[in-house]
Design a protein around this ligand. Structure first.
Ligand code: NDP
Length: 336
């Protein structure tokens, strides 16, 4: 088994010296355990937060720990009556190529391939898809005819937010980095518009694209984008605060100007922070089934960025935080 450990806490962007790849023998399975061959590793922005020595909704990693992460794979040996060899699973058990798990570990989930491909269970029908689904419907409380804005619109979460909003009768405006991502969001995901925040004048472009103001701002990025959005929020607007990736590499995130600081200037925008990992857990299967049905019916499109090999995961992770990914970032660990 190969594992990627946290070798050192990063300051700013995590360099190669923050990671160390180690090998170990796979232990013999005990009764009630399974062995999973990892096929896909998911890279997600939240991993950066876990590398800091700051407690948030989850404990931080300690130096020497396996880097946090969810992967998808196949059961290759089983001493459990709950899982058979050949079963597909997701496991939230870190950056590693083989996983030994107790069959009742809550970090394990069985995968039903009728809901989507194995890799889709790390993206559109998995955690990011659920984030979009619950964040929009439960926190955003969308109403037909309203205007929704979401940034990182071509990404794993944002792409689903906008497409779901469209199916609910909202006007969906995306924000993304670069002309090609914006074209994709408009033409292939069917958003009403998508604005390139890297080409300047975002505030003016937003004003023109949202003549009736903004009713829901689904917050993924923070920073300059949030500053451009804030003045256009209507009274009673909802701002599901999903994440704020533009701050994640800041040296001291507690001093960074997060959406909480920017939006505080607006008295009538309450804080709507949410964490999908700890909320709506009993409804996760429902979300996966619904998202799978929408994907199968062609109502939700998605895209994946695939890199190869655990040894390349640090560089791919840095790319994710810089926007080099185009859609859900995955690392292929082994053939299916
Ligand atoms: P994406 O697939 O959207 O990838 C990240 C994207 O963020 C990049 O492609 C880039 O897109 C954009 N980005 C990076 N830096 C900046 C910047 N400075 N300003 C604006 N955009 C930037 O990632 P996910 O869909 O997985 O995650 C999106 C957000 O959702 C993150 O904030 C993440 O932490 C959050 N999240 C929260 C969860 C929760 O439970 N609260 C669960 C899952 C995710 P571009 O090229 O368009 O700039």
């Amino acid at each position: 088994n190969n594992k990627m450990l946290l070798a050192k806490r990063p300051v700013g962007e995590p360099g190669d010296d923050c990671f160390s790849l180690v090998q170990e023998d796979v232990p013999t399975l005990q009764s009630g355990q399974i062995l999973i061959k990892v096929i896909w590793l998911s890279l997600d922005p939240y991993m950066r937060g876990r590398m800091n020595d700051v407690k948030s909704y989850a404990q931080p990693l300690q130096v020497g720990d396996v880097i946090t992460g969810e992967s998808a794979g196949v059961v290759v040996a089983s001493e459990s009556s709950r899982f058979q060899v050949g079963d597909h699973v997701t496991a939230h058990m870190g950056w590693q190529t083989m996983i030994v798990a107790d069959d009742d570990d809550p970090r394990l989930m069985k995968v039903d391939l009728n809901n989507g491909t194995l890799s889709a269970h790390l993206g559109v029908v998995g955690m990011p898809g659920r984030t979009a689904f619950f964040g929009l419907t439960e926190v955003g409380k969308p109403q037909a005819g309203e205007t929704l804005v979401v940034a990182a619109a071509s990404g794993a979460v944002g792409s689903v937010v906008g497409q779901l909003a469209r199916t609910l009768g909202l006007r969906a405006i995306g924000i993304a980095g670069g002309a090609e991502k914006c074209r994709y969001v408009k033409e292939e995901l069917g958003f009403d518009d998508c604005l390139d925040y890297k080409s300047g004048n975002l505030a003016e472009k937003l004003k023109a694209a949202c003549p009736n103001g903004i009713d829901i701002y689904f917050e993924n990025v923070g920073g300059d984008v949030t500053r451009a959005v804030a003045p256009l929020l209507n009274p009673g607007a909802r701002v599901p605060i999903c994440g704020y990736i533009s701050n994640y590499n800041d040296t001291d995130i507690t001093k960074a100007e997060t959406p909480f600081h920017i939006l505080k200037a607006l008295d009538d925008v309450p804080e709507h922070r949410f964490f999908v990992v700890t909320e709506w857990q009993e409804r996760w299967p429902e979300a996966t089934e619904k998202l799978g049905a929408w994907v199968n019916a062609g109502k939700i499109n998605y895209r994946e960025s695939v890199g190869e090999g655990l040894e390349n995961a640090p560089e791919l992770f840095r790319g994710l935080l810089r926007g080099k990914n185009f859609g859900k970032q995955l690392v292929k660990i082994a053939d299916e």
